[in-house]
Design a protein around this ligand. Sequence first.
Ligand code: DLL
Length: 410
Amino acid sequence: MVRQGARSSPWISSQLKTAGIGPDDIRTADDLAKVPFTTKQDLRDNYPFGLLACPLEDVVRFHASSGTTGRSTVVYYTQEDIDTWAGLMARVLKTTGLTNRDIMQIIYTYGFFTGGFGFHYGAERLGVSVIPSGAGNTTRQLEIMRDFKTTSFTSTPSYALHLAEVARQNGIDPRTDLHLRQGVFGGEPWGEALRSQIEETFGIDAYDNYGLSEICGPGVACECEAKDGLHFWEDYFILEVIDPETGEVLAEGEKGELVFTPLWKQAMPLLRYRTGDISRIIDGDCSCSLPFKRIERITGRSDDMLIIRGVNIFPSQIEEVISQHPAFQGHYQLVIDREGAMDRLTIRMEVTEELFSGSLKDLLRIQKEIGRAIRSAFFISSEVKLVEEGTIPRSMGKAQRVIDLRGEQL
Ligand code: DLL
């Protein structure tokens, strides 16, 4: 694969040249350590076609990331790439227990984002009946679920919560009025508290799945019925876990940044792609029969880490703490700004209508309790603001959990 990449991809051949090695120096997976990493910045710098490794005539699809900062990153697929991806996604869906008797509503955007098409092709490959409803129009989504007797749906976990909320507002009880039995969620980090909330509200099993456009899209790793880590497809890529600071490859089981080398890609082969995502390989076998190793659920991205008053915190760690409180509903936002020279963390958290319009004393007590929990977990003080249901913007895709205003205040 390295040899083919060196021949067909100007990017890979220059990457090897920089390292002073040729394709024949890479003979085992361990030899990969000689190759420099590929990063998101490399994709941006080579926007749009700089990583193309085949004639444009052979490309049948483009996807791209929205590029909130800087240029977007573009990925390309040949027909064979699309077929392989569909196979990997079919594997994901089968692993989460879907069969050709299921009706799956795909509530991801069909567009440059890989979510919609990834699930679509994978589900069709498995023989699942697909409802390509796409993102948005939440009331209509619920009607479709009811009318088509949808048994499964896929969306970002934050959108699933929004769906539950709109169901409630429309007098629909998802447990009794719908026919859902499972759901597959991903595209953004989500913790166990959110999982329980989704499972309880909809009366379903909620499975995590992970992926990224640069590797294929969704289809890289997913949970099985044990929900104890995400199996990743070792026969389709090599996974290394590195220290994000030094780039050093860590021993199996240690926590660090995931680095993937896909083994099949034609239009856009990549060597050692740094995902920025933090996890670790889980030791030992799973209670299911799958032969594939597992990674822990992604706890955050190395570039997501917040440094607040000198303390390193991932947003997911804050979620873990606030989600323990019984008033937690799943919708929250972290705002970080400066008060003078000091960082200030404000946690905006939605509470139910009932609580919000209830006694002020209760609200103050809850704010205090959450503030205390944050202080004892991270040794920093924070301001907790309980807000009314619907205050925090809902997104059809990935939720924006963190608003860091410190850069603007410099
Ligand atoms: O989000 C692909 C995807 C779509 C995966 C739908 C699952 C479901 P990108 O837009 O390129 O691709 O974003 C990839 O999202 O590097 C992670 O930081 C984050 N991410 C994706 N899945 C998970 C997950 C799609 N299950 C980036 N848990 C990745 C935590 C996730 N983070």
